[in-house]
Design a protein around this ligand. Structure first.
Ligand code: ADP
Length: 674
């Protein structure tokens, strides 16, 4: 009962006490009025004894008694009552009773006292807080009643009972109920009770909220069924029906359709208990699991998505354990997928037949695994499901548990057989081309024998002539030593010249690996021209060299580029073989050109020969295409592959006034590009 509520009550100890004392008093008073000697009454000693006994009871009865006058002053209080408040009776007597009440409760106390005074002899009861001397709270239930005293004045008698413990328990309960309600709200979990026999249902606040139902309405089965998704109704009825019949716990999920059409997922869990009358009763919880369902749906979707990727990709995923043995490998929907089967439980080096052949590669790999660091692009040999050898490229990443303990690796494998085979084929082709280039170079040299012989003969003839002259100078008397020295110097010069030619020829004939170095194209052109000098002279071809010192360097293989130039010049000479009506002229021009906005080197070899028709233009670069009786048809095709290996392009253009121009575009040496 809260302050503000006053109830009537019947007989109490206080009334008994005060009543008892009052009865004794009235008997004594009556005796006094009539005269002691007339009326035989209790003697004075008995009366005193009775008062003493009653006072004992009054003082030490474990009930707080207060006597308050109409002004609210404490007229009397028992020892127990004062002690409960931390005072002595003397401290309270004569004080306003309001002093032991809270400021905000004092009006209420005044009203209560006033009510008692208006309704003399009627009892009232209320509950209220009091303040102890030490400031702590004492909750009491007060029974009060105003009585008329012998002298005609009114007095209010109050008996109080300590209800602090009950109040504290009530408060604690109220608080725990509030916590529970809050917890229910936070966890989207409401609670319910359901008496199967009567159909009576009770819901917590949160359950009302979940069902979106006004808290004032009484929950009922028809309403619940209406809320449940039509597709789930039957299942819900079956589950709850069976549980009620068999007295079993239940746990089920179903959907609700809200008034706005939104769908909610809920999970209801209930425990079956027998009530006192033996009836079946269910107590349970209902949780809104919409968010969890949605997250689960998304998770499933994304998992499915990755499964789809994994199944359709030509790559496959693997997982290895702490001992690096395969624990999982992704399945492919396509049974002809390339993921090897039967590898679970094996390590990568158990699978790879190349592990013995390339020990260094595997040592490095195992060191990376033992260090638990990621690895990338390890290529090794394996076998597909049918046992065919394949090449596999794999990358992996270590994974750890929450404590940071190593669990294994996860990664992806790709079948790179096709790419590796293509690389191998390309390498084989490159080798074959290099062989062929070498062969053609030697062939060309064969064709150039006359020129080369001439190139060497000339300085040799000069050497002989100068040596003869030297002997002649030395034979003079006295010997002409200065002239002899000059002759010997010329001998050395010519000897070097012949030596140069031989070096160049040997370089061309030698089978060397390609060596890309920064080159000055002018030098390459001059050296190539030196080797075809005789050819040019025999065929009465004049040459024009248009070079420039400001050209960008290129990066290339000197011998190969010389081979290209010799080939193009020889073709030009041959194309002009039958030309009689115009001068046979071969122009070699080196200049700059811009390709895609970048500076490039442009090298052209222009002749005034027979030129070519459209059809020839298409096929000139095709291997073995030749229009010459003794031709091999490999020259241009080799030239083109050499130029392309240098990152450049080789093309043929017809000239306006007849003849052909073969054009090479080469990128500049990278380090020179700013
Ligand atoms: P080959 O010289 O052995 O025939 P090439 O591959 O060097 O082989 O040349 C292929 C063909 O391209 C030649 O037979 C010729 O028809 C044509 N050709 C090459 N260079 C020229 C040129 N400067 N003028 C006209 N036709 C040319």
């Amino acid at each position: 009962m809260m302050p503000g509520q006053i109830a009537k009550f019947g007989s109490t100890a206080a009334q008994l006490l005060f009543g008892g004392i009052a009865a004794l008093r009235s008997r004594r008073d009556a005796a006094n009025t009539r005269g002691v000697e007339d009326v035989p009454g209790p003697d004075e000693a008995d009366l005193r004894e009775a008062v003493k006994q009653w006072r004992e009871v009054f003082e030490h009865n474990p009930v707080m008694y207060f006597m308050v006058d109409p002004a609210g002053t404490v007229v009397n209080v028992n020892t127990f009552g004062a002690a409960q408040l931390g005072y002595t009776a003397a401290e309270l007597i004569g004080q306003s009773v309001l002093s032991v009440f809270f400021e905000e409760d004092r009006d209420f106390v005044r009203r209560c006292v006033a009510l008692c005074l208006e309704t003399v002899e009627q009892s009232h009861t209320w509950e209220i807080r009091k303040i102890r001397k030490d400031g702590s709270i004492l909750w009491v239930r007060e029974n009060a009643k105003a009585m008329l005293r012998g002298d005609g004045t009114l007095i209010v008698l109050v008996a109080c009972e300590n209800i602090t413990e009950r109040k504290e328990a009530e408060n604690a309960l109220r608080q725990s109920e509030a916590y529970l309600a809050q917890a229910q709200e936070l966890s989207h979990t409401g609670s319910f009770g359901w008496k199967a026999a009567t159909g009576e249902i009770t819901w917590s606040k949160e359950t009302y909220r979940i069902f979106q139902c006004d808290e004032g309405t009484k929950p009922a089965i028809p309403f619940m069924l209406e809320r449940i998704h039509p597709e789930d109704r039957l299942a819900v009825q079956r589950t709850t029906g069976r549980a009620a019949r068999e007295g079993q716990d239940y746990d089920h999920e179903y959907r609700l359709v809200m008034p706005d059409g939104a769908v909610k997922h809920v999970r209801a869990v209930a425990r079956a208990i027998r009530d006192a009358g033996g009836g079946m009763e269910f107590v349970g919880s209902v949780t809104d699991i919409t968010a969890a369902k949605e997250a689960e749906r998304r998770f499933r979707e994304s998992e499915q998505r990755f499964r789809d990727y994994a199944e359709t990709a030509s790559d496959w995923f693997w997982e290895t354990g702490p001992d690096h043995r395969v624990t999982q490998i992704s399945e492919h929907s396509d049974t002809a997928g390339m993921a090897p089967s039967g590898v679970v439980g094996l390590t990568r080096w158990d699978i790879a037949p190349d592990s013995d052949l390339e020990p260094e590669k595997w040592q490095q790999h195992r060191a990376a695994l033992d260090a638990h660091v990621p690895f990338r692009d390890l290529v090794y040999r394996s076998r597909d499901r049918d046992g065919h050898p394949i090449y596999v490229r794999t990358s992996g990443k270590p994974f750890f548990d929450a404590n940071g303990d190593f669990l294994g690796y996860r990664g992806v494998c790709t079948d790179v057989t096709a790419a590796i085979r293509a690389d191998q084929a390309e390498e084989a082709l490159r080798k074959a081309q290099a062989e062929l280039a070498h062969v053609t170079r030697v062939t060309t040299l064969g064709e150039l024998t006359a020129s080369i012989a001439h190139e060497i003969n000339q300085p040799l003839a000069a050497v002989i002539a100068n040596a003869d002259a030297c002997i002649a100078w030395l034979g003079r008397d006295p010997p002409e030593l200065n002239a002899a020295r000059r002759s010997v110097e010329w001998v050395i010069e010519d000897g070097n010249r012949a030596g140069d030619v031989i070096r160049r020829v040997r370089a061309l004939a030698k089978k060397t690996d390609i060596e890309m170095v920064p080159l000055d194209i002018n030098t390459v052109v001059r050296e190539a021209m030196a080797l075809v000098q005789r050819e040019l002279a025999t065929h009465a071809v004049s040459t024009r060299l248009e070079l420039s010192s400001a050209l960008p360097r290129i990066s290339g293989d000197r011998i190969q580029l010389q081979q290209v130039l010799i080939n193009l010049m020889m073709n030009g000479i041959e194309a002009m073989q039958d030309v009689t009506d115009r001068p046979r002229e071969l122009t070699i021009r080196a200049s700059e050109a811009y390709e895609d906005g970048a500076r490039h080197l442009l090298l052209t070899v222009t002749d005034r020969g027979v030129g070519f028709t459209g059809e020839t233009a298409q096929r000139m670069f095709v291997p073995f295409f030749t229009t010459k009786s003794g031709g091999m048809g490999m020259g241009l095709s080799i030239c083109r592959s050499i130029v392309e290996a240098h990152g450049g392009r080789l093309s043929a253009l017809p000239n306006q006034g007849g003849g052909a121009t073969l054009q090479i575009i080469l990128p500049p040496h990278q380090e020179d590009v700013s």
